[in-house]
Each structure stands twice: as C-alpha cells, then as structure tokens.
Design a protein around this ligand. Structure first.
Ligand code: 3PG
Length: 306
C-alpha cells in the first residue's frame, strides 16, 4: 500500500525516520509531503494513496473525493476536528487518532504558560507564584490529567469538571470534582481548557464564563482557538483589567488584544503544544503501527468515525 505522510507542520526528523521504518518493514511504500503551501497540494498528492498520516492537516470532502484508493487516515494526535468525518464515512474511509501519545507535551506547555503569565512574561515586573493557587481543569482527559498531576507537584489545588467522568474517576485522577461551569470558573485562579472543538463547544468560552473568574485569574488555552468567543474574551479583558489570557494558538483578534492589553495576553503564532521530538515520535510511530496493523489484521481500535 502507498502511505502518504502529509504534514504542513512537519514531524521531527527522528519521527519521520521511525514512521518510514515501521511502514517499510510492514511492506508499504512511503511518500512525504511536508510544509506544503496550498491545500491544493494535498488534494493533488492523495490521488494514488491508500493511507494518510496527518497532524492538523485538513482532510476535507475535496481531499477525500480526490483520493479514490484511500482506505485509512490516521491523525497523529488527539483532536480530529480537522477531518470531515461524515465525508470520510461516506467514502468508506476509516479515520483514527492516536490518543494520549502527545499529551505530555501539551500538558507541559500548559504549565509553562501558566508560570510565564504568573511571572509577567519573564519581564522584570513583580509576578506571583502558582503555589497555593487553585487550578480548574475543564475536561479531565489525557491532557487534563497530566496538567493536574504537574500542578499538584507545584503545590496547586486542582479541581476538574468533566461530564463524561464520575466523581470517583476524577478523584482517582488526583483532582477534586466540580459539577458546574459556574463552580469551576468562580473557584479557579487558573483555568486550563482541554475540551475538543465540537459544535457544542465552539465559541462556548464566552464573556459570561470568563468574567466569573476571581480577581487576578488567568485563562489558559492549549485546546483549540475555536472554543473561545473572541469578541467576548476581548470585552471580558476590557471590563476586568485583572484578568489574563494565554493561548496556543493566536486568536483572530490578537493584534487588537496585544494593543489593548499588553502583557496580560500572550499567544503562540503557530500551534506548538505537541511540537516536541518525543510527542512527534510517540504519535507518529503510533500512527504508522496502526496503519500496518489495520492492513494486516483489520484492527480498528482507534477508529473515530464508527
Ligand atoms: C492534537 O490534537 O493532537 C494537538 O492539538 C496537536 O496538533 P498538531 O499535531 O497539529 O501539533
């Protein structure tokens, strides 16, 4: 089978080498499309491929239409909001992710961002310490749990909200369970978002929620840009000069936010939460193994469009 690794934001070289090795040993042919400037390049490159490994690359209906031989897409990572799942299903294409494989990298970035903001973006201005503060975690999945464990080691109190988990599951993950957004936001000096971008969550972090946060609080977003109501965020920062926002990746109104709020906001220009050599190797190799296994045995354990 021909497997295309299509990554606008390339994997580390060690990950690419490892992926190729697994696929070639599994009897497959490998093609590489990195840093492609246009979506049209991806559409062109899939014409004869049977499998696709991607990161945040967009697998749209147009891509799927252009790939008549395609059987499987593996998103090397957690979020699959970049894949048109309905269209993939209609085309008979299996879509998988590699849950947990890049979570530690994202969790480390969330902690780093918290401290970066607490220490006024490493300027000489007097900062504050995270020890003794309360961290609220919205969605206690692979990343949320790791953020919680690291925050506890820093002496923070950790609370988590996750409607898909029982109190026991949250407690055993090391956090105090909370049951409403109101409780989470009003009680968190730091609020770390780990929700996926879904119709129900897009734009859901709005003015009303953000302004519930206590004096001096910081909202940390290593989830998805789309979950923030950007106009609501801007108004919240305007009405509450004590609040801060830090995010991996830049909101559309970032230039305005920087002009208006200076060191109270920070955004990475390109999503970098999972951009470590370790995460690239973990997620990339898992993707390659899942493809080899799928073609050899039909294993669909990580399929997300069932
Ligand atoms: C994910 O969903 O796994 C992360 O957001 C990482 O995305 P990336 O592979 O584009 O860096």
């Amino acid at each position: 089978m021909k497997v295309l690794i299509a990554t606008q934001k390339p994997f580390a070289a060690a990950a690419v080498a490892g992926i190729k090795d697994i696929l070639v040993k599994g009897g497959h042919e490998v093609a590489l499309l990195e840093k492609y400037p246009e979506q049209a390049d991806l559409v062109k490159a899939v014409a004869d491929v049977n499998a696709l490994i991607i990161r945040s690359d967009k697998v749209t209906a147009e891509v799927l239409d252009a790939a008549p031989q395609l059987k499987i897409v593996v998103r090397a990572g957690a979020g699959f909001d970049n894949v048109d799942l309905a269209s993939a299903t209609a085309h008979g294409v299996v879509v998988m992710n590699t849950p947990g494989q890049n979570s530690n990298a994202v969790a480390e970035l969330a902690i780093a961002m918290m401290i970066f903001m607490a220490r006024t973006q490493f300027t000489p201005a007097t900062g504050s310490e995270v020890q003794g503060k309360t961290l609220g975690i919205q969605a206690f999945g692979n990343v949320g749990r790791l953020v919680g464990a690291k925050a506890k080691a820093l002496g923070m109190k950790v609370k988590a909200l996750d409607p898909f988990l029982t109190d026991e599951q949250i407690t055993s993950g090391g956090a105090e369970p909370v049951h409403t957004l109101d409780e989470l936001y009003t009680g968190s000096d730091y609020l770390s978002l780990h929700i996926p971008a879904l119709p129900a969550t897009i734009g859901s972090i709005n003015y009303e929620l953000i302004t519930k946060m206590p004096k001096g609080a910081t909202l940390v977003n290593t989830a998805r840009k789309e979950v923030i109501d950007e106009a609501g965020l801007e108004k919240a920062l305007e009405d509450r000069p004590d609040l801060k926002y830090v995010t991996d990746v830049m909101p559309d109104n970032y230039a305005t936010l920087q002009d208006k709020f200076g060191l109270r906001v920070f955004a990475t220009p390109k999503k970098m939460g999972a951009q470590t050599a370790e995460a690239n190797v973990n997620a990339g190799l898992a993707a390659a193994n899942q493809i080899v296994d799928y073609f050899a045995t039909g294993n669909t354990r990580f399929q997300v469009n069932k």
